[in-house]
Design a protein around this ligand. Structure first.
Ligand code: LFR
Length: 486
C-alpha cells in the first residue's frame, strides 16, 4: 500500500469536471478529492440532428488536465469516464463527425431494423440489457440505414474505428485505441457470458467487425501520454504519465464509490438519470427481469450492475430550461425549498414515460400526461417541482422493490449517490415511499470511483472493492434519512 494523487476526468451529460484525488491506503486510510475544473456540456443541434460538442469537450478536458498537473505535479495517472452508449467514428486519427447525442430521435428507426433481425427476447439472452432505444446497436443500425440512403449518415462506411466517448478521450491522450469493458457492455454488442464482442450479432446486423477495438478491463494501463500532449500540458521531460482504464461507464465508477454492503443494499446513482439497482456476482436473465426492463451491465471486477434506468434530475433541469426560455429566472435551491412547502397533494406521474426522454418543453408534456390520465396538472413551478420529486421518489422506490425481488436480495438500506444526494426532499421522499432508510452521498461518487480504481492500480489501496468502499465510508460519511409513514 502507499499514497499518491491521480487525476479523474468525469464527463456527465450535463457537465464535466476534472478532479484531483489523493489516496493514502496505509493504516486506516484517507481519501480526499478536489475539483480543479468544471464546465457545461451543452449539446448542439446540427442539420443532421442532436450531437455532442465533443471537440469543445476535449479542449476543456485538456485545459482542465493541464491545470491539474500545474497544481499537482506529482500526479501519477489519469482516468476518464463518461455517460455510456455514444461513440465517435474515426478514419485514421480523424474523428469523422461530431458524435450523436443519445437523445437524438434517429434511433427509433434503428430499433425496428435491429428487432427484425434479432428480436428483443433473443437480444436479452445475448447481451442482458434492458431496452433503451438509444443503446449503441440501435444507433449503429440507424446510422447504417441513413448511410444506405446517402443522406449524410454515411460516417460508418468511412470509419476504421469506433470509440466510445471515454475511449476517444483516452485515444486523444495516448494514441491507443481500446474499448473499456464496463462501457462496452452498454453497446448491446458484448456477450453477457463471454464478455467479448458478439461477432455473430455484429455480423447479422451488417456492422463492420473491424471497427471495434480490443477490450480492456478497469485497472489496465491504456498507454502513456503522447509526447505532444505532455508538452502541451507543460510536463514534457517528466516520467511518462499513464492513462489507466477505470470503470469508464460513469455508472460503473459511481457504483464503486457506493459505501454499501452489496448483499443488503440497493443503490440509486442519481444525476441526469437515476440508475436504481443492486450489485450482483452473476447476471439475472429471467423472463421476469426482462419484462421488468432490468439491465445487467458490466461492473468493475466483473460484478454485474443489475439496475433499471429511471428518468432522473433531467426532468427537473429540462423543466428549468423551459421556464428560462419562457423568460423566468429560476434558482434551483429556491425552487426546491418552495416545492418542499407545497401542502396540497400533487399528481404523481409515470416518470419513465418515454415522452419525457427527448429535450423540449417538459412542463407541457407533464401537463399533457396529467390531462390524459384525468389528473390535475401542476400550475406553478413549485408545484411542478414537487410533482417531479414525488414521481421520481415513487419510481425509485418501485425499482428498488423490483431489484430486490428479481435478484433475491434482502434490501435493508438504499444508498443514494450523485448530485441527487443534495436534494433533501428527494432523499426523504424516497425513504418514505420505499419504507427504508436512505443513506445519501457521496455527491461526487463517479469521480471518486474513477480515482479509487486508479489508486488501486497504482498499488495505493487494498485489492477488494470492500477496501475501496471502506475508504469512501470514512471520508464521506453518508447522511441518513429515516422513512416517515404517510
Ligand atoms: C448515466 C448514463 C446511464 C446511461 C445513460 C446514457 O450518466 O451513463 O448509465 O444509460 O447515461 O448513456
Amino acid at each position: 500500500r502507499g499514497a499518491g494523487t491521480v487525476a479523474a476526468v468525469d464527463l456527465g451529460a450535463t457537465s464535466g469536471r476534472v478532479v484531483l484525488g489523493r489516496v493514502d491506503g496505509r493504516g486506516a486510510g484517507t481519501l480526499e478529492i478536489r475539483q480543479v475544473a468544471r464546465f457545461a456540456n451543452d449539446p448542439v443541434r446540427l442539420a443532421s440532428g442532436l450531437h455532442w460538442d465533443l471537440s469543445g469537450l476535449s479542449r476543456r478536458v485538456d485545459s482542465g488536465l493541464a491545470k491539474a498537473l500545474r497544481e499537482e505535479p506529482g500526479v501519477t495517472s489519469i482516468g476518464v469516464d463518461s455517460w455510456a452508449v455514444d461513440y465517435a467514428l474515426l478514419a485514421g486519427d480523424r474523428m469523422l463527425c461530431e458524435p450523436f447525442h443519445y437523445r437524438d430521435e434517429r434511433s427509433a428507426a434503428g430499433v425496428e431494423a435491429v428487432h427484425t433481425i434479432a428480436p428483443f427476447a433473443e437480444l436479452y439472452r445475448r447481451n442482458g440489457l434492458q431496452f433503451l432505444p438509444f443503446n449503441t446497436l440501435y444507433q449503429l443500425a440507424a446510422e447504417r440505414a441513413q448511410g444506405a440512403q446517402g443522406d449524410g449518415g454515411g460516417c460508418l462506411g468511412l470509419a476504421d474505428s469506433l470509440l466510445l466517448v471515454p475511449d476517444l478521450i483516452a485515444f486523444q491522450l495516448t494514441g491507443e485505441r481500446v474499448a473499456e469493458r464496463t462501457n462496452a457492455s452498454t453497446t448491446g454488442l458484448l456477450g453477457i457470458d463471454s464478455r467479448e464482442w458478439d461477432d455473430e450479432l455484429i455480423e447479422r446486423l451488417g456492422l463492420p467487425r473491424s471497427v471495434f477495438p480490443r477490450l480492456v478491463d478497469p485497472g489496465e494501463t491504456i498507454g502513456t501520454l503522447r509526447g505532444e500532449v505532455a508538452a502541451g500540458f507543460g510536463i514534457g521531460s517528466r516520467h511518462p504519465l499513464e492513462v489507466v482504464a477505470v470503470g469508464s461507464h460513469d455508472t460503473a465508477s459511481a457504483v464503486v464509490a457506493v459505501p454499501m454492503r452489496p448483499e443488503s443494499a440497493a443503490y440509486i446513482s442519481c444525476g441526469t438519470w437515476g440508475l436504481v439497482g443492486v450489485e450482483l456476482e452473476r447476471p439475472v436473465l429471467t423472463d421476469a427481469a426482462r419484462a421488468a426492463n432490468f439491465t445487467n451491465e458490466g461492473g468493475v471486477d466483473g460484478r454485474v450492475r443489475f439496475l433499471r434506468n429511471v428518468m432522473g434530475l433531467w426532468l427537473l433541469s429540462e423543466s428549468v430550461r423551459q421556464w428560462e426560455r419562457d423568460g423566468e429566472t429560476v434558482e434551483l435551491a429556491a425552487l426546491l425549498a418552495a416545492a418542499a412547502s407545497v401542502t396540497a397533494p400533487v399528481t404523481v406521474f409515470d416518470a419513465n414515460d418515454p415522452r419525457f426522454m427527448a429535450s423540449g418543453d417538459l412542463p407541457a408534456r407533464i401537463a399533457e400526461w396529467c390531462r390524459e390520465h384525468g389528473e390535475p396538472a401542476p400550475g406553478t413551478p413549485a408545484e411542478f417541482a414537487r410533482s417531479i420529486v414525488e414521481s421520481l421518489a415513487r419510481a425509485f422506490a418501485e425499482a428498488v422493490v423490483d431489484a430486490a425481488r428479481l435478484s433475491g436480495t434482502q434490501v435493508e438500506t438504499i444508498h443514494l449517490v450523485g448530485g441527487g444526494a443534495l436534494n433533501e426532499l428527494l432523499c426523504q421522499r424516497t425513504a418514505d415511499r420505499a419504507g427504508l432508510p436512505v443513506l445519501a452521498g457521496p455527491v461526487e461518487a463517479t469521480a471518486i470511483g474513477n480515482v479509487l480504481v486508479q489508486a488501486r492500480a497504482q498499488g495505493f489501496t487494498g485489492a477488494g472493492l470492500e477496501s475501496l468502499r471502506a475508504l469512501v465510508a470514512t471520508a464521506f460519511p453518508p447522511r441518513r434519512y429515516e422513512p416517515v409513514a404517510g
